[in-house]
Write a protein that binds this ligand. Structure first.
Ligand SMILES: Cc1ncc(COP(=O)(O)O)c(C=O)c1O
Length: 404
């Protein structure tokens, strides 16, 4: 029996599915079918949400916090977020300047939806988190990727930002430490970008601080709201509990900014998801206000894994892997491998072919660089066990050595 094709909108036809989720799903399907797969695609910690956070959720469930909740988030959580911003960055935001949403992804999307009209441009340093350009397109805006390559450690220079700004620029999206490169901007580097933005009052700044707590060595996280108070009236500071607190499935993100923007985001949220999950918000409240000592332990763990992966990929023939400041990703360059051929006769013409041959021949799943707007590279998410990392990097070394 044949069925009629679904009457898809232009939005649905023009949007691409998340490539990172697609690669992860493929790796999981292969593993379920009995293949020996090392999955490096998923962008989430490999350990469980801490118990005290789960307990807060259980207590909320038991006390009947199971009804619709206020659209912009429960009051104590909005207050806790405002308190955190003040304590951590000296950034003063009233609870009315804070909105809680179902995941950090939705916080960013709400802001774009609330502000972008057809013709508006959004500057996105590339390589970028896969969702930014599609969000902008969904809102009818125009993504303007600006490549920040390996030569500047994947960081945008003030000159590049200045050159990309036009009268139509609505937003500059800033993400440090970055997905997919792990690159983190120093205070001086961020100040130089802020100085450019100070000269262009029509440009808003979205700072996606999702990897705030995952920084290594003596690197110090910083965010525009902390560095340049002169940008206060046009900065949206986004964050969430997903990565730092191992809470990807709970779906809680948040943002703080000028009241009018937060209100508009709330209106869209009220007509789309109503409110973020009530009991997840009580868990997030505990995450932000409860014990924080495991954050330092996580940093140590991830730094060790970063060093392991960078060290082993450094020894893989044809791979150039810079050492990132944070997050749990590395973004190696494979220019030297383009044009080579695998033992099974596949010519590596680009990073998508590389990633697919790597999965096929060795069972190692990585995400190809074109998905993030900079090739030829691939992204490794090292949020997995040392043993698996060691095994996967050994397979990558063997695969690279086998290319002719
Ligand atoms: C830079 C960045 N922002 C936001 C998100 C989304 O986080 P959440 O799972 O809370 O929607 C991610 C997830 O991969 C990310 O890498």
């Amino acid at each position: 029996m044949s069925s009629a094709p679904a009457p898809l909108s232009t939005w649905a036809r023009n949007i691409s599915p998340s490539p990172t989720l697609a690669v992860d799903a493929k790796a999981k399907a292969l593993a379920a079918a009995g293949e020996d797969v090392c999955g490096f695609a998923a962008g989430e910690p490999d350990f469980d949400t801490p118990d005290h956070i789960k307990e807060a959720c259980i207590a909320a469930l038991k006390s009947g916090k199971t009804k619709y909740a206020p659209t912009p988030g429960i009051e104590p959580l909005r207050q806790a977020i405002a308190d955190k911003y003040l304590a951590d960055y000296g950034y003063k935001a009233a609870p009315s300047q804070v909105i809680v949403s179902p995941g950090g992804k939705f916080s960013c999307y709400l802001a774009i939806l609330a502000t972008c009209s057809p013709g508006d441009e959004v500057i996105i340093p590339a390589p970028y988190w896969v969702s930014y350009p599609d969000m902008v397109e969904l809102a009818g805006g125009t993504p303007v990727p600006v490549v920040a390559g390996i030569e500047t450690q994947f960081k945008l220079t003030p000159e590049q930002l200045e050159a990309a700004i036009t009268p139509k620029t609505k937003w500059f999206i800033f993400n440090s430490p970055s997905n997919p490169t792990g690159a983190g901007y120093t205070r001086a580097e961020l100040k130089a970008l802020c100085d450019v933005l100070m000269r262009h009052p029509q440009v808003w700044i979205m700072s996606d601080d999702m990897y705030e707590h995952l920084v290594f060595d003596d690197f110090k996280f910083c965010t525009p709201a902390e560095i340049e108070p002169g940008l206060y009236d046009r900065t949206l500071t986004c964050n969430g509990v997903s990565k730092s607190y191992a809470m990807t499935g709970w779906r809680i993100g948040y943002a703080a900014g000028p009241v009018a923007l937060i209100k508009a985001m709330g209106t869209i949220q009220s007509q789309s998801t109503s409110n973020p999950c009530s009991v997840s918000q009580y868990a997030a409240l505990e995450a932000l206000t409860g014990p924080q000592d495991f954050l330092a332990a996580n940093r140590t763990l991830f730094q060790r894994r970063r060093d392991l992966v960078v060290g082993m990929l450094y020894q893989a023939k044809g791979i150039n892997c810079p050492t990132p400041e944070g997050a749990f990703y590395v973004y190696p360059d494979i220019s030297a491998l383009i044009g080579k051929t695998t033992p099974s006769g596949v010519t590596i013409t680009n990073d998508e072919v590389f990633a697919s041959a790597l999965l096929e021949d060795t069972g190692v799943a990585v995400v190809f660089g074109a998905a993030f707007g900079l090739s030829p590279n691939f992204r490794v998410s090292y949020a997995t066990s040392d043993a698996l990392l060691q095994e996967a990097c050994t397979r990558i070394q063997r695969f690279c050595a086998s290319l002719v």
